[in-house]
Design a binder for this molecule. Structure first.
Ligand SMILES: Cc1ncc(COP(=O)(O)OP(=O)(O)O)c(N)n1
Ligand SMILES: Cc1nc(C(=O)O)sc1CCOP(=O)(O)O
Ligand SMILES: [Mg+2]
Length: 543
């Protein structure tokens, strides 16, 4: 899914030109190029503005825009269209018709609208009414207003004076916009929030497309919400920050990231940009309103936001889960097997970890299997994790339990922690990784690294780049919290293992590389295990 730099996805930006170089098209191009996407530009207006004031807006004729769109469609069809300043009703009507048509031709197309009404240097870009904008909003997939813009899009009065206006939360504003215009994802940026120390962005996201948005209208689920908090940084180089956020989001989505991860990466990109300009800001005594600093793909943990959700709030005070007591040893190979037959064959090999992942057996049978497995593992040094069944794992004294995202909400993490049972958590991308890391489990798994036939991981294939990305999100060993060991899983086999090991991941978990070794390689399963260990040692990456 994730395109490489040689196969760049294409984004169109339909927005105004800011001659001071801070906002609009300039921000979109700088952002897109720094994040590895190609940017085509349809300029809606040639504005006259400085870092201090907006003087003049010169709308571009819709005939010009129309011809540009026509010539580009066959040549450079967009994965994402990012919309910014629209200068008049003619442009709104032209764009509405264009999106209606393109959505039929390009079913995967995503349209992001960063509503630009007020200029941050003062002044108004247009006099468009909500009624005039409504048909366009109905074609939009993702909208990124700030708190004030979200009020006006809902037709609410906004005032900094809480008593003077109806007090609404970002969640309420997002829900109202989602319902009113059938917009799949609403992100309310927290730049204008009240918290002096942190900027909290809120995203309401519909997993399945809403009716009329796409052909695939299976089951429409309740929208889910993501909330990200970042330290508020005192930079006065923020001209174009809103355009940059929307373009960065588009760039990440165009490269195949799911909304939750694109949202997280875009927020990290913004924090990194602010951070890069803080020294400049201080030198100028905060007087100069500069262009936002577009930097590079964010990789460092310090720029990534904190995930705020019910789970992290619920377990805020929960102590860290017991560690794996490795005494400096690396975790190594982690077979994930489905039977006592396999457990008995693998236990004598002296591995650090094995997981029993049993599916589709009756309750009685299940309890018997888990009880027997725990007893079988007792004489060995191998740490036995039980997948899914945390209550039975506690009851029978298993070393650890592995829990996936689907079961995380329902599991009693406090009971697992109190029993001393170790905890492993599955994650699939940077958002889930950051969230799970906050719970301080004994290890974190990340997958699926490669396509796998063992489990449907559609849309969640990470590749080695995302694996490296999440490994960098751990706190440094020198900081208060020790880094949690990471396990890579999904599609890892004899050929791929060495590449995975070079990322520095502590462990690789495999199902079919062992259980289907006979049919895949014509060797015994024991040989498969030996060869996985041998290959790793052979290139001197000691797992
Ligand atoms: C090491 C490891 N990583 C991930 C998984 C997957 O767990 P989960 O998401 O709970 O899915 P199921 O295994 O239950 O299908 C795992 N089991 N082990
Ligand atoms: C069980 C499982 N969980 C995954 C995740 O990404 O959470 S991938 C996966 C399948 C791993 O099997 P194999 O080694 O045969 O590809
Ligand atoms: Mg599970």
């Amino acid at each position: 899914m994730i395109k490489t730099i040689n196969n760049k996805p294409i984004i169109w930006t339909i927005s105004g030109s800011d001659c001071s170089g801070g906002a609009g098209i300039a921000a979109d191009i700088k952002t897109g190029h720094s994040l590895g996407v190609e940017v085509c530009q349809l300029i809606t207006a040639n504005t006259v503005q400085s870092s201090q004031q907006l003087l003049w807006i010169n709308p571009v004729d819709v005939d010009v825009l129309s011809q540009q769109a026509q010539i580009l469609l066959a040549d450079k069809p967009p994965s994402v269209i990012k919309i910014g300043l629209l200068a008049n009703i003619e442009q709104v009507q032209w764009l509405t018709a264009l999106l209606q048509d393109y959505k039929k031709q390009l079913p995967e197309l995503l349209c992001i609208y960063d509503t630009v009404g007020q200029a941050s240097v003062g002044g108004c870009f247009n006099t468009l009414t909500l009624a005039q904008l409504t048909p366009l909003l109905q074609q939009i997939d993702i909208i990124t207003p700030n708190f004030i813009e979200a009020h006006s899009l809902n037709g609410y009065e906004y005032s900094a004076d809480k008593l003077a206006c109806q007090a609404v939360t970002a969640a309420q504003l997002a829900k109202a916009l989602h319902q009113r215009f059938a917009i799949n994802s609403v992100i309310i940026k927290g730049g204008h929030g009240e918290d002096k120390h942190s900027a909290i962005d809120y995203c309401l996201h519909q997993l399945n497309a809403l009716p009329g948005k796409q052909d695939n209208q299976d089951k429409i689920q309740e929208p889910i919400s993501y909330q990200l908090s970042a330290k508020r940084l005192a930079s006065s180089f923020s001209h174009g920050g809103g355009c940059t956020f929307a373009s960065a989001l588009g760039a990440f989505l165009a490269q195949g990231y799911l909304m939750r991860d694109a949202f997280t990466l875009a927020k990290a990109y913004i924090s990194q940009g602010f951070s890069a300009s803080m020294a400049l800001s201080q030198n100028r005594g905060h007087q100069y309103y500069g262009a936002f600093e577009q930097t590079a793909w964010p990789t460092q943990a310090q720029y990534f936001p904190q995930v705020i959700d019910e789970l992290s709030q619920q377990y805020k005070a929960l102590p860290a889960f017991n560690s794996l007591d490795l005494n400096g040893e690396k975790l190594g190979l982690y077979p994930v097997i489905d039977s006592l037959y396999w457990l008995e064959r693998l236990l004598p090999l002296g591995l650090n970890l094995i997981q029993l992942r049993v599916k589709n057996v009756s309750d009685d049978e299940l309890e018997n299997i888990i009880k027997t497995a725990v007893n079988l593992a007792k004489p060995y040094k191998t740490r036995l994790f039980i997948n899914d069944y945390w209550e039975l794992a506690i009851k029978h004294g298993a070393y650890g339990v592995h829990i996936g995202q689907e079961d995380l909400q329902a599991a009693d993490l406090a009971a697992i922690q109190a029993s001393g049972t170790r905890l492993g958590i599955s994650t699939h991308g940077c958002y889930e990784f950051l969230l799970a890391q906050q719970l301080q489990p004994s290890y974190l798994a990340i997958g699926a690294i490669f396509p796998t036939k063992t489990k449907d991981m559609t849309g969640q294939i990470q590749g080695l780049d995302n694996l490296k990305q999440v490994l960098a999100l751990r706190p440094k060993a020198s900081e208060k919290i020790a880094p949690i060991p990471v396990v890579a899983i999904g599609g890892i086999n004899l050929e791929r293992a060495p590449k995975v090991v070079t990322t520095g991941v502590e462990s690789i978990a495999v199902v079919t590389a062992i259980t289907e070794a006979e049919s895949t390689y014509g060797i015994t399963s024991e040989q498969a295990v030996d060869r996985l260990i041998f290959i790793i040692n052979g290139i001197s990456y000691k797992l």
